[in-house]
Design a protein around this ligand. Sequence first.
Ligand code: ADP
Length: 625
Amino acid sequence: MNKRQFKSESKRLLEMMINSIYTHREIFLRELISNASDAIDKMYYKALTDESLTFNKEDYFIKIHIDKENRILKISDTGIGMTKEELDDNLGVIAQSGSTIFKEENQLTDEIDIIGQFGVGFYSAFMVARNVKVISKAFGSQDSYKWESEGVEGYSIEPWEREAVGTDIILAIKDNTDDETYDEFLDEYRIRELVKKYSDFIRYPIKMNMTRHRLKEGSDNEYEDYTEEQIINSMVPIWKKNKNELTTEDYENFYNEKHYGFDKPIKHLHISAEGTVSYNSIMFIPEKAPFDFYTKEYEKGLELYSKGVLIMNKCPDLLPDYFSFVKGMADSEDLSLNISREILQHDRQLKLIANSIKAKIKSELENLIRDDREKYEKFYTSFGRQLKFGIYNDYGTSNDILQDLIMFYSSKEKKLVTLAEYVSRMPDEQKYIYYASGESNDRIDKMPQTELVADKGYEILYFTDDVDEFAIKMLRVYKDKEFKSVASGDLGIDFDEDDASSTDVEENIQLFNKMAEVLSDKVKEVRASKRLKHHPVCLANEGDISVEMEKILSSMPNNQNVKAEKILEINTNHEIFKSLKAVSDTDSDKFNLYTKLLYNQALLIDGLPIEDPVEFANDICRIMA
Ligand code: ADP
């Protein structure tokens, strides 16, 4: 018989799993039952919607069988089964998400983290079993097969007799070693306990033969053992339970069981809505963004159930893009089972549910800002970008929902603040909400453009995400206050008339015009700066495109060569200005040189590339020589 090899990442994970000292081995049962339940979901749905099939509720169950003597634990289901190809494809490689994370070597360091964090699914069986057999017959197929493996050496598949459609997972439980005992996984009471702990709300009955005692017939002191089949789970889905009966741990178990994420969720929401639309929903706000969250591959959506039957794994219409990080499910009595993807999109009930869900998530996040700031900041670090994208992508139509959820780093508070907090601190005479864009908080701290606004005592919001300025352009105003970049040409700040820099502007105009001529294709204007205190020069800008936006746009693949309208501002109180003045009438060569140097300096400070670095280097040498 042909030995087949596991795909390489799977092999490494398997190795790790088999030799694992992982203390939560017991989760293998949760994983196998969850797979069985998923397989039954598929069969159940088929039987309900395919008229050529007869439907009988009793046909759908999971059965656990323990053979203590031979150290066998068997988990059987009446699910959809697997064909030969599916056995090969599904059980020969570890789940997609897992393998991709696995490629990132650094994640490998902490084995417990790996096993605990991403659902290892079927593979976890190898934590407790020295040999695993999967016997399966797929729906619609005449043949059945046995998949068998003892771990890293590979696996084999051969024809095998199985009468009914469904799957048996047969585990040969490891022998005890000096340090480890595995007997607990052959103990019916322990297994029942594990089912209660992790799989109680599985919708299908989980059956097991339990040993009971009874008086021997005709005797009044002799007992005998007999077995009785019991259903060991309560079968009430967690979302149908009363919130008061559930603990945070119950929700977290559900989160893990469903593989919604590999972290601990920051918050769960449990909705039982009745009225215009009735639905139950459990949703989670994860703590960490999945590795593919900010890529095109990420698929948003909630599991959608109709009257308790799963009809779609990821229904995207239930979540707006800006809340795409939310995980969970919704179950409604008002949706038809036999609904196609296309029709569903336009379904009135579904829209009502989606709207209600959107509002609930919004208010839950607002509560979090108010009640648990630290948690919210954790959340915001992972997903804040997505909220800001939402404002931008929806052209401002979602401002109402998002404007109170976004935060920026504040120059004054030295931490993330909301717009409401910023506005509440604004002095009466302050007209605008000021912001500064840059690569990092440190860089912005040193930006010359911030000097005047900071000097005035005004708070500045730091924009360090690509999307920040674009989002703010869509937001336009917050509580009637407009946003203003500290680099904008007109800061909207009133100056004292005795301010030296504002009085001597007139006499310098000619000089500025001459400079502007030298820089004719680069800047729109040269003028005296009102904002600079210590730095000699800086760039300001006019129009809709800021210098920071120019940087972002020019780094995009479809670079349209969009340029900001730049203004070179000169600090007329600075030493350098005197030198400039001195050469302006006497030495035009030097005047040109100084002008270009100052302009290039301003570019550098703003993090923009110098158009001709070689010329710039030569210019510096000329001065030094
Ligand atoms: P995951 O469940 O996260 O996809 P697993 O490694 O647990 O990853 O399972 C891989 C695949 O094998 C499943 O997606 C499913 O298609 C198939 N599978 C596992 N167990 C069963 C089962 N009992 N019946 C039918 N298919 C199964």
